[in-house]
Design a protein around this ligand. Sequence first.
Ligand SMILES: [Zn+2]
Length: 473
Amino acid sequence: MTTQFEPVIGLEIHLQLKTKSKLFCACPSGMPDEAAPNSAVCPVCTAQPGSLPVLNKGAVELAVKAALALNLNINKVSIFDRKNYFYPDLPKGYQITQLFKPISDNGYLEINGRKIAIARAHMEEDAGKSVHRADATLIDLNRAGTPLLEIVTEPQINGADEAYNFLTRLKSNMQWVNASNCDMEKGELRVDVNISLRPAGTTTLGTKVEIKNLNSFKAVRDAINIEIGRQTDMLNNGEKIKQETLLFNKETGATVPMRSKEDAVDYRYFPDPDLKPLLLDDKWLEDMKNLRPEMPEAREARFIKDFALPQYDAGVLTSRREISEYFEEVLKTGAQPKSAANWILTDLLGALNAAKKDIEQSPVKAAALGKIINFCDNGKISRAQAKKVFEAAWQTGKEPETLIKEMGLEQVSDAGQLETWAKEAIAENPKMAADVRSGNAKAVGALIGSVMKKSKGKANPGLLNEIFNKLLG
Ligand SMILES: [Zn+2]
């Protein structure tokens, strides 16, 4: 007989904070991989005798911004600890982190109506990098001392898809408040997963296994699914799960042991005597809370409620903060929300995708797109003409009204001119006119077509329809 098991999953996320300099020295942070090795180092981040760390205020600011965007409680007092272990790319022989009193705790993210609790988010420094060659291992300390925020969830995630959705929301929120670029290929966002199974409906936690080396959200999802399968088979065969750390092999799609936790190292944590406790000023913290922007969930809900947008439109518009701001700029021109959403979702994002540009780099600014939408919705130009104006504005950066003149696109809505053309068309096509008079409403299309031809496409077809109905009614 097989038992039904449910997975219990927790995530540990290392986020690289987007500061100019490192956490405890003035060396530049976030050097690209191709930078010359050890070109961004100083006595502090290479642990020379007598050097002392100085906390980077900018990193604290970003950590607090990030924590607020994860609904975490900010601790006014937090303490930096030393985590002692030996590794060649860790020159001090310890990593500065926060174990006992982290800068923030007790937060959550809501995923499809379910709150996933976040136990804590603490600040720490990154280690350097070992470069393994056939004949030697080389050390590059450019990354040593880079500020990180480690975010730890409670074990409350109940499947691979929920983990995937949680990470997507987390990344979007972190980019939203500009705390991190979250580029996984550059190691700016790294994820470890711990996972255990228990018989469905029970509450005791099973033995957990940790999976490291997951460099995309897809890898996280795949690794969780594979691990659920592996543990289910073992438990059903009466085998015991060993507490261990696994690596996920993307190529083979298997999880392989990295090290057993039975010989786990004792890190001998203790408060770093070189760093005073971090005390956050009340006024400063209040200002930070007031600066917290409207977050994507709230903005999406507002777009749906205030502008009657479909959920899909609101979701895409709030997928990045800059897109949502662009949309609101377009609305300032008086454009209808649904028209603005349509233009942004199809024409603008389509063009940006094709050109591999972000919306901040769009050659058509929000004010210009707003004008194009208004000209189109007010009947000055047709939808097809508006598309041409948009393309020309994209190429030249010129104002829409200038382009409409230059391209001779202005739609003719003048009733007198339209009526003259309509009368000419009736005179030239007596058979069509007779058809309409005898009740064949469809024949009016042919008459409109002949005026469109006569006017080189500039006549307003909606108004023409009314005029023909009046003349032939
Ligand atoms: Zn340094």
